[in-house]
Design a protein around this ligand. Structure first.
Ligand SMILES: Nc1ncnc2c1ncn2[C@@H]1O[C@H](COP(=O)(O)OP(=O)(O)OP(=O)(O)O)[C@@H](O)[C@H]1O
Ligand SMILES: [Mg+2]
Length: 244
């Protein structure tokens, strides 16, 4: 059984079902990516895992714990950090203040907060250079680094990343993804939501493709990269014939 297991999860907004019974598992130490077009239900799925939304039915297990009945703050304490879509850093606080907010669960242990901050700065030296800068004045890429860094401050076992490449120049996307791989090497399991299927399939071991709330395809990234359906719909390869 995976570290994180979703079974027949249904999630609705009012009476509109956005996620229609998905099964998804993430094993300890893996990078797994969840791909899909706009509105497929990717963000909704992450929000249900981190307790920001309640599924209508189905189960979300983290080890032997049932996340679907837990409040969001408890899920963070258990070791799941969610880096939301659109970064959502606090613009009027400094870089360091934003990071400290991510360490809420260590709030009574300032030495621990410092250790976690040093770890984040080692991964993102640019954040250390800008630690007293207001987050609202950072570039888009730096804000993404800060959002990831803030998620790491809780020393998570699992990091949920929602579209870290959104709106970033290709060079910066490469840089962010190199760091995501490094975070994974340091032992953090990652569930990565992405629209950039090309890069996501490069870094993830396995992938799920979500189409209007259902898993349409899943498997090893290397197999999905060769799948003509993935090539046509997500990799922009016309006349796909199954080449990688
Ligand atoms: N707060 C909400 N109220 C009502 N419907 C919502 C709400 N949030 C999302 N939805 C709907 O649920 C569906 C899935 O949305 P979701 O944000 O999960 O998609 P997504 O795959 O993350 O898309 P994107 O790639 O654009 O971020 C969409 O049809 C969306 O309109
Ligand atoms: Mg989304």
């Amino acid at each position: 059984m995976g570290l994180l297991e979703l079974r027949d999860v249904h999630i609705a907004y009012g009476n509109v079902e956005a996620v229609k019974g998905i099964d998804l598992s993430v094993n300890d130490g893996e990078i797994v990516t969840l791909l899909g077009a706009n509105g497929a239900g990717k963000t909704t799925t992450l929000r249900a895992i981190s307790g920001l939304l309640r599924p209508q039915s189905g189960s979300i297990q983290f080890g032997d714990l049932k996340l679907e009945v837990m409040p969001a703050h408890r899920i963070v304490e258990l070791g799941i950090s969610h880096v939301p879509e659109g970064r959502k850093v606090f613009g009027t606080l400094t870089v360091e203040e934003n990071l400290n907010l991510g360490a809420y669960k260590h709030r009574n242990d300032s030495a621990r907060v410092r250790t976690e901050r040093e770890r984040v700065y080692a991964l993102f030296p640019r954040l250390e250079e800008r630690r007293i800068q207001l987050a609202g004045t950072l570039s888009g890429g730096e804000q993404q680094m800060l959002a990831i860094g803030r998620g790491l401050m809780a020393a998570p076992k699992v990091l949920l990343l929602d579209e870290p490449s959104l709106g970033l120049a290709p060079k910066l996307v490469q840089e962010i993804f190199r760091t995501i791989c490094e975070i994974n090497r340091q032992g953090v399991t990652i569930l990565l939501v992405e629209q950039n299927a090309r890069i996501a399939l490069r870094v993830a071991e396995r992938a799920y493709v979500l189409e209007t709330g259902r898993i349409a395809l899943s498997g090893k990234s290397c197999d999905l990269r060769r799948d003509p359906r993935v090539q046509q719909a997500y990799l922009g390869i016309k006349d796909a014939v199954g080449v990688s």
